[in-house]
Design a protein around this ligand. Structure first.
Ligand code: AR6
Length: 208
């Protein structure tokens, strides 16, 4: 069992799954530096940018991303919560950005669980459609949208692990988490998953 509070700084923990697939937890780190085939943006329904990770992605990726978002909005209108759309990565190291809209947290609202799970499923579906091998997610909805991080981490991880059982191309998923508290919540969710399913294992990949 990993005692996360003893590990400080930038590192990666890897959850190894059947079929040579893996889910990594990396942080504290900035997703705009990721070299996965795609990174996921926690956007809003306008797709026209915002604060948090959305602002960081548009700043680092440049105007090509916004232009591609505008074209999507012209075609389909606003992107509903739980759905996803793919654009170029512009100047980012990742070739693609998958924009998804998380639920805004409202205490006691059970449908939000399904909407948040749908963000991960829909993003993975688009990556699979494009035959991408790797994708990086931020912690969707746990910033400005206020979703409790423990609950969000459990939903995110369970959905990703379940969806990875069905993918042909996508085999590496990386959660890139901006702060130590969020990283801790995701690793705890991974530890709980391993307790219930002993066929997977956790490894500390890198510590610096
Ligand atoms: N890399 C990785 N994670 C980041 C980064 C980064 N560069 N920057 C922030 N985070 P948020 P939401 C983390 O608010 O809750 C925007 O204005 C952040 O610490 O970005 O889904 C959109 O336009 C937190 O853990 O997304 C929407 O209006 C996580 O990313 C709204 O915010 C999500 O925080 C979406 O809210």
């Amino acid at each position: 069992m990993i005692a996360l509070d003893r590990v400080v700084g930038d590192f990666t923990i890897r959850l190894v799954l059947k079929g040579n697939k893996s889910v990594e937890f990396h942080g504290p780190a900035d997703i705009t530096r990721e070299t996965t085939d795609a990174i996921v943006n926690a956007a809003n329904s306008s797709l026209l940018g915002g604060g948090g990770v959305d602002g960081a992605i548009h700043r680092a990726g440049g105007p090509a991303i916004l232009e591609a978002c505008r074209q999507i909005v012209t075609k389909i209108g606003r992107l509903p919560a739980g759905k996803a759309a793919i654009t170029t990565g512009g100047r980012l190291p990742a070739k693609h950005v998958i924009h998804t809209v998380g639920p805004i947290h409202q205490p006691g609202h059970r449908t939000q669980h399904e909407t948040l799970a749908s963000c991960y499923r829909e993003s993975l579906r688009l990556a699979e459609e494009q035959r991408l091998k790797s994708i990086a997610f931020p912690s969707i909805s746990t910033g400005a949208y206020g979703y409790p991080v423990k609950e969000a981490a459990e939903i995110a991880l369970a959905t990703v692990v379940e969806t990875l059982e069905t993918t042909t191309y996508v085999s590496h998923v990386r959660f890139v988490l901006f702060d130590a508290g969020t990283l801790g919540a995701y690793v705890t969710a991974a530890e709980q998953l391993i307790e219930s399913d002993r066929s997977s294992s956790l490894q500390i990949e890198k510590a610096s």
